[in-house]
Design a protein around this ligand. Structure first.
Ligand code: FES
Length: 125
């Protein structure tokens, strides 16, 4: 089975309009919410949630990346720590299901459409 990974920067800050939650960073809060969402939907076997300490777009927090062998890599930024979880969970299912990770633009959740930071082609074999 193809290994799908969702990287989440756990050092990203909350945006200026979001207040701090639980005494953790915005990225850690987002990671915790995604982990709970994937567990409750039984998706943890299909996509691996991986915390990382910076994805290099620190002024555009929160930042995550979807990647898998032979698939497009999506780097998303300027995601809300508190409101983007449903969209990211929906996109996770779409990304896992689509050949090459090519989720049609019109079918992507709005937060994903707005959050596209970069799309990378599959790594050369
Ligand atoms: S701190 Fe999150 S991308 Fe650098």
């Amino acid at each position: 089975m193809t290994q799908h990974t969702l990287f989440v920067c756990i050092l990203c800050r909350f945006s200026a309009t979001e207040r701090s939650h639980e005494g953790v960073s915005g990225g850690q809060f987002l990671f915790n919410q995604l982990q709970a969402g994937l567990e409750s939907s039984g998706e943890t076997d299909r996509i691996h949630l991986q915390p990382v300490r910076c994805l290099g777009a620190c002024d555009r927090s929160c930042v995550v990346a979807f990647t898998a062998p032979s698939k497009l890599t999506f780097v998303l930024s300027q995601l809300s720590s508190t409101h983007s979880v449903p969209a990211l969970l929906q996109f996770s299912q779409q990304y896992v299901s689509c050949i090459g990770g090519k989720v049609p633009y019109g079918e992507r959740p709005e937060a994903v459409k707005k959050g596209i930071h970069a799309v990378l082609p599959p790594s050369p074999q």
